[in-house]
Ligand binder design. Structure first.
Ligand SMILES: C[S@@+](CC[C@H](N)C(=O)[O-])C[C@H]1O[C@@H](n2cnc3c(N)ncnc32)[C@H](O)[C@@H]1O
Length: 449
């Protein structure tokens, strides 16, 4: 904030604290407006960069305050009305009040800042952002379920922001519309089940042509419950699965022997089959574009060999195998490794192999690199990044490395290592709008020797 002197109001914090004025500088990583008031940083929910606002300090800490927005005195030109009635309470989205193009510009800024701050690096060229439809994009979701009689009974929804309570969702604009339209009926269904208090979670997984619902239950369903669940599946044309324990316990109820869920990557003539609790990229449209971009950036040639670390079900491995001589995918979860092998076979791909290894385990990562000989590398790690496995990268590592990241902070840390300890150049980087309206930043970076 410009260090203008505004009246500080009553000292203290809480719902009765006197509102104060602030000019918002920027957005922080969780989508809150950041201002500096009398030298102290305030994070203000719902405020946007450039805005002049009145806010109330709800919690005062030694180094920063957490505030709630009271009034917008000068609104950002990029402010829009949120589409969802639950916005502000539901923790699923944090940026619906910012127009979509400005959201992606913010995400580009976050990536640039993180690369500078944590990595001390800047790409030689910025890639244009990959964008797609900003509503109805979420093809997989884990929704909480609670029976809260004081609030009218069964609640299905995402957690509220910074709280463990659930937001009762009757609509969700980010969820795949085929699943979102079922929310009110699902409340009715679960209300009528005998063990409605013992259903903590409902998982949604959408293939290109089918929708699956997985009911996690802590108590056995009665025969009447099972009949109701089956009827629901038939009536709404969705698959119903039951999950009494961990993901391996998932079984199909309706139909009892369903064909697998699947999505397609037509550019590569690849179909990926998956089980309803398997990891898949959340946004089908952006995933297609992301895979195409990653393959184009890695640019495997017909004689080259490629390694794909953190490969899941082969989302990048199988398209890469259509271009390269040979691809090896590495993944920790056995179920995904087996699924990836099946996917290769089903697509008639014989030049891809899959290995199971925990890449955060030094001995296993060392073992993998010792036997690996390859020209190019793609990595797509979880949020914690890939330092453990990159540290062991052989000195004569790949000429080109494409890094797909869901956390710009760990990407920046790993970029610093690749550039300063391995001599790579960060040639390109950019963001992808995988999670519109949320604060998640998906990005891609290219390193070359
Ligand atoms: C961001 S997902 C990417 C999956 C895949 N590339 C895709 O596009 O669908 C990260 C993957 O890393 C796997 N993973 C997590 N920890 C791992 C580890 N320690 N070693 C190897 N794989 C791991 C997860 O099971 C998951 O499949």
């Amino acid at each position: 904030m410009s260090r203008k002197r505004f009246p500080r109001g009553a000292p203290g914090a809480g719902p009765d604290a006197e509102p104060q004025l602030a000019r918002i500088d920027t957005l922080n990583d969780d989508g809150r407006g950041v201002a500096r008031v009398d030298g102290k940083v305030s994070f203000i929910d719902g405020a946007l960069p450039g805005e002049l606002v009145r806010y109330r300090v709800l919690k005062g800490k030694r180094n920063f305050d957490q505030g709630e927005l009271v009034e917008i005195l000068e609104a950002s030109p990029h402010r829009v009305a949120p589409a969802c009635e639950h916005f502000g309470v539901c923790g699923g989205c944090s940026l619906q009040h910012l127009e979509a193009t400005a959201q992606i510009a913010e995400k580009e800024r976050i990536l640039r800042d993180k690369l500078r701050q944590f990595g001390g690096v800047e790409p030689e060229h910025w890639l244009p952002a990959l964008t797609g439809p900003v509503w109805g994009y979420r093809r997989s979701a884990r929704l909480g379920v609670r029976n809260v009689p004081k609030k009218g009974g069964i609640i299905i929804g995402f957690r509220e922001r910074r709280s463990s309570y659930l937001t009762p969702l009757y609509a969700c604009h980010t969820l795949d519309a085929r699943a979102a339209r079922l929310l009110p009926a699902l409340v009715g269904l679960i209300t009528g089940l005998s063990c409605r208090d013992r259903i903590p979670q409902l998982e949604v997984a959408c293939g290109d042509d089918e929708v699956a619902l997985v009911f996690r239950h802590l108590e056995a369903f009665t025969a009447t419950d099972l009949a109701r669940l089956s009827d629901f599946g038939r009536e709404h044309g969705v698959r119903v699965y039951l999950q009494p324990r961990g993901p391996e316990s998932v079984t199909a109820l309706e139909p009892s022997d369903p064909s697998p869920l699947s999505y397609h990557l037509p550019e590569f003539e690849v179909a990926i089959h998956f089980r309803p609790t398997d990891f898949i990229q959340v946004n089908a449209g952006i995933n297609r574009r992301m895979v195409a971009q990653a393959v184009a950036l890695l640019d495997p040639r017909p004689g080259e060999t490629v390694v794909d670390l953190f490969c899941g079900l082969g989302n990048f491995t199988l398209p890469l195998a259509r271009r390269a001589a040979r691809v090896t995918g590495v993944e920790a979860e056995r179920r995904l490794v087996l699924g990836a092998r099946d996917n290769a076979a089903r697509n008639g791909i014989v030049n891809a192999e899959f290995r199971q290894a925990d890449l955060y385990d030094e001995a296993q990562a060392r073992d993998f690199w010792a036997g690996a000989s390859f020209d190019k590398l793609l990595i797509d790690p979880p949020r914690s990044g890939a330092m453990e496995v990159l540290k062991l990268l052989p000195g004569d590592g790949p000429r080109r490395l494409v890094y797909v990241s869901c956390n710009p902070a760990t990407l920046a840390r790993d970029a610093e290592y690749l550039v300063n300890s391995h001599g790579y150049r960060l040639t390109r980087a950019g963001v992808m709008d995988m999670f519109p309206h949320t604060n998640h930043v998906e990005s891609i970076a290219v390193f070359e020797c």
